[in-house]
Design a protein. Structure first.
Length: 190
């Protein structure tokens, strides 16, 4: 299970400014960010592919929060609902070319580091309200240019809200809004 780290705290600093009715976090890890959402939203859904994350978050981090639903599933594929806010601190590192750690889907997001994120974006249209927003964390180590091209085809608005320089990479939090056309989702398929 992914323990809260620098990227988690960076994201937490941003999401505390968002309030509303319904929020979704994809890839909850320990549930640290989900807990912050629970304080500011009426109801929060959290998903993770890792069953241990769901069990841990349910029994510790989110134990005292009644306004949440945690589901072990890939992305938001088990859901048929529209949210005001969808967030993800996804696995964003490019796969290790030597194959070491390749299996760790908590941190490695695919060959260029963006493959998971593209699938995430592809899954968004049926899950977001018309005026809803998406918050996404990404790393300079991944293929940001390619991601931006695809984002530009599918969203009207893209804003970089914050940037943080670490020793070997810089992290960005991006806010997306205004889906152009929900049928463009094939663009994101790998
Ligand atoms: C970088 S960690 C972030 C965890 C937590 N949100 C945080 O900020 O500390 C990415 C998380 O995404 C989860 N994940 C990976 N693939 C997934 C998928 N297909 N669907 C849902 N969650 C996934 C991992 O299990 C991991 O918990």
């Amino acid at each position: 299970m992914y323990r809260p780290a620098e990227d988690t705290f960076f994201m937490a600093d941003i999401i505390k400014n968002y309030k509303g009715n319904f929020a979704l976090e994809v890839g909850i890890g320990s549930g640290y960010l989900t807990r912050s959402l629970c304080s500011n939203f009426d109801f929060v859904v959290g998903t993770d592919i890792n069953f241990d994350s769901i069990v841990y978050a349910k029994s510790t981090t989110l134990y005292n929060y009644r306004n949440k639903l945690l589901i072990c599933t890939s992305l938001g594929s088990a859901l048929k609902f529209k949210f005001d806010l969808i967030i993800s601190n996804p696995p964003y590192l490019p796969n290790d070319p030597q194959g070491i750690g390749f299996e760790d889907n908590a941190v490695y997001g695919g060959k260029e580091g963006i493959e998971f994120t593209l699938q995430f974006l592809n899954s968004i249209p049926p899950l977001i309200k018309e005026n809803g927003k998406i918050l996404l964390l990404r790393s300079s180590l991944s293929n940001i240019k390619k991601m931006d091209n695809l984002i530009g085809e599918c969203f009207y608005q893209q804003r970089v809200l914050a940037r943080k320089n670490l020793f070997f990479e810089s992290l960005e939090i991006v806010e997306l809004a205004g889906i152009k056309n929900s049928t463009t989702s094939d663009v994101h398929k790998n």
